[in-house]
Write a protein that binds this ligand. Structure first.
Ligand code: ADP
Ligand code: MG
Length: 683
């Protein structure tokens, strides 16, 4: 069945392999290995060189070694806990093979007396004699043993021997795929083909070798397939023709003049990019990326304003009701009362909702704020021109694609995210969108002073916040995340609340996962109005909400968070013009590595820099929001270490886009790597 040039072999079921029955296939599925292609990425962790055999007298104790011997005598003690033993020898000395948990019959079969047998295993020395306990390999055919044997991290139930047998079979039958890259690309990897690269990848001696061409080529394939998919989605969106919006510059600058701050250069530039898109006759699909507190909201609201002035409706979606409400109030505050704006929440009365829906359908509402509820089927817009989505870094590429289909052809899309990630990752995760970045923070912004404190010094922290409260400032107190148990999180937050409330009576309130929405909204509203001073919460302080009067954040058990997450939490404060501080509390002294990480946070307030440094230390997989991003996990490529490959892929992609090259030859690449079948979906 193996057609030698067809990639489809790689997508066949595991049970088509010799030695793989349903049982083994199910075990592999547990490791997310569903077909032959998946097997290719399960790489040996290390290998054991059993290729050279020694004489018994030359064996090195403690090493895995191979030796050819003759079994001389069995000893089966039949006493519980005493192992079975086979005395063997070669012409240089004697060695005992020790067996725990093996039956006599089996031992007699694999080690028949007076025959030459090759054995391999870890050598020890006991009672003046060499011994090998439970030898890994025993065979009359020494060539089967005298090899380099790969060791994989295996699921229980699959032996190393079986796995090696499976993988060797796959490598032997690897199809010879036609090259999909151009010569100039493949030159960069010394012309190594995909097939050859896979073979190299599985050679024992290449384990962990990330610098070689075979590895780089395969990593590049992986990156490039993602870029291809992104590019296809983009070009499909770019083909959509829409009625362009006419930007009323005069009205826009009147609003900007009235703001109580000056826009930063980055804000001005990104607004410009968005306006150009609105004004063009192709559909906008743009991501506005900017660190916490960089001022994305005002830019989005101005874009909404321009869209409305051009005669269209706008839908503004936020992840939580309280944030939707804050945006709504800000909009009403800044823009003319002539623009009709509404907020839909879960609490809106049915009759009110019905009125709003009717008004939307008859174009009597210009802009609607709300959570995802504003995109329910029932909601019908008369003339939707722009969808704005705030803080949706959890949206994957499939969800975004669906979104871009919503609202019809005339509808532009603007997404906002505060998750600063290195460019290589942005290119990968958001490559289907155009990108605007706000790097600059408003000039009035003061750096947040960041301290670390041991938990037993809590008295000093209390003293510090007493003083802050005296100055009429407000404090976030983030309680420790105790493993995965919500119950424990809850109780520790309650305890901390009681402790603080005792010290600051009637000045403390508590928010945790179980607080119901209505009460949560009320508490947050009171906190916004400065009606109490300390908000104790588990990690979930709503993203995006602006609390200008809160200027201190205490984060307990800070080592439980990633740097990017700490930076995001810290970004809850320091939005006003007061001095602000972040106190990271730790249970015990920090390790050197932890200190290194915390110092990055203390030295910088630039989320992009912090995430990049954090990734260098921890790897990219753990970065905030990454796991939910919908990005498939890279098998080999690493956005930090393979930066050059990402840049090369970007360059090649843009060359292909510009030259309108047919991407048909990449079909196998896409079929193999794009498991979400996004391409199929859009084709
Ligand atoms: P984010 O980018 O995290 O969504 P916001 O849009 O909520 O940030 O802005 C944070 C705060 O900064 C708000 O209070 C906002 O009014 C203020 N702000 C926005 N732009 C500027 C600016 N150019 N100068 C000063 N303050 C600004
Ligand atoms: Mg925001």
């Amino acid at each position: 069945m193996n057609n030698k040039s067809n990639y489809k072999y790689l997508l066949t079921d595991l049970t088509s392999l010799k030695g793989v029955g349903i049982k083994t296939a199910n075990l592999l599925k547990k490791k997310n290995i569903y077909n032959i292609f998946d097997l290719l990425w399960k790489l040996p962790k290390f290998y054991t060189d059993r290729s050279v055999s020694s004489q018994i007298k030359d064996l090195r104790i403690g090493d895995n070694q191979t030796v050819t011997v003759v079994p001389l005598k069995y000893s089966f003690p039949r006493v519980k806990n005493l192992p079975n033993k086979v005395l063997c020898s070669d012409n240089s000395g004697k060695i005992d093979c020790i067996f725990f948990n093996s039956y006599e019959g089996y031992i007699k079969k694999i080690l028949p007396l007076n025959k030459e047998i090759t054995i391999s295993g870890k050598v020890s020395y006991f009672n003046n004699k060499y011994q090998i306990t439970n030898p890994k390999y025993i065979s009359e055919n020494s060539s089967l043993i005298k090899q380099k044997h790969n060791t994989y991290s295996l699921t229980e139930g699959i032996s190393e021997r079986l796995y090696n047998k499976i993988i060797n079979q796959v490598i032997k039958n690897l199809p010879l795929l036609d090259e999909w890259h151009t010569k100039s690309i493949i030159d960069k990897f010394e012309n190594i083909s995909w097939n050859k690269a896979i073979i190299e990848l599985h050679k024992p001696e290449n384990t962990g070798n990330h610098k070689k061409n075979f590895y780089k080529r395969l990593a590049f394939d992986e990156i490039f397939s993602t870029f291809l998919v992104n590019s296809e989605i983009r070009s499909k969106i770019k083909k959509i023709k829409k009625k362009n919006k006419v930007i009323n510059e005069k009205k826009q600058s009147e609003i900007i003049k009235k703001l109580n701050f000056f826009l930063t250069n980055d804000q001005i530039n990104t607004l410009d990019e968005i306006n150009k898109d609105l004004n063009s006759s192709t559909k906008m699909f743009r991501l506005l990326q900017g660190d916490v507190g960089s001022g994305k909201t005002i830019i989005a609201l101005l874009a909404a304003f321009n869209t409305i002035n051009s005669g269209f409706q706008v839908a503004f979606m936020a992840p939580t009701e309280i944030l939707a409400k804050q945006h709504f109030l800000l909009f009403k505050n800044i823009f003319s009362k002539e623009i009709s704006s509404e907020l839909i929440t879960g609490k809106s009365k049915y009759s009110d909702k019905k009125i709003i829906l009717n008004k939307l359908a008859s174009n009597k509402i210009d802009i609607i704020f709300g959570t995802h509820a504003i995109f329910q089927k029932k909601v019908d817009f008369k003339n939707l021109g722009l969808i704005i989505i705030d803080e949706q870094h959890k949206f994957g590429v499939n969800q975004r694609k669906k979104l871009s289909d919503k609202g019809g052809n005339n509808c532009d899309i603007l997404l906002m995210t505060a998750t600063p990630i290195p460019r290589t990752l942005t290119m990968t995760i958001y490559g289907d969108m155009d990108l605007s970045i706000i790097r600059e923070k408003p000039k009035s912004r003061k750096p947040i002073k960041t301290y670390s404190k041991l938990e037993n010094k809590i008295d000093e922290v209390i003293k510090f916040i007493k003083n802050e409260i005296h100055l009429n400032n407000q404090i976030f107190w983030v309680c420790p995340l105790i493993e995965e148990s919500k119950k424990l999180d809850h109780s520790s937050a309650v305890k901390k609340f009681e402790y603080l409330n005792n010290l600051f009576p009637n000045q403390v309130k508590l928010l945790h996962g179980k607080t119901d929405t209505e009460e949560k909204d009320l508490i947050l509203k009171k906190f916004l109005n400065n009606e109490f001073k300390i908000l104790v919460s588990t990690t979930v302080i709503e993203v995006g909400i602006d609390f200008p009067n809160a200027n201190v954040i205490i984060i307990e058990n800070a080592n439980k968070f990633g740097l990017s997450q700490l930076h995001q939490l810290r970004g809850r404060v320091g939005r006003g013009n007061k001095d602000s501080s972040c106190i990271l509390m730790f249970k015990s002294n920090l390790s050197e590595n932890a200190k290194k990480r915390i110092n990055i946070l203390k030295e910088s307030n630039d989320g992009f820099y912090i995430s990049e440094e954090d990734m260098k230390i921890r790897g990219f997989g753990d970065i905030l929001g990454f796991k939910q991003s919908g990005l498939k996990n890279f098998k080999l490529a690493d956005p930090i270490h393979d930066k050059d490959l990402f840049l090369l892929a970007e360059k090649e992609m843009s060359r292909i886009e510009k030259s309108n090259e047919d991407i048909g030859k990449f079909k196998p690449l896409i079929k193999l790597y794009d498991r979400a079948d996004i391409i199929n979906d859009i084709a």
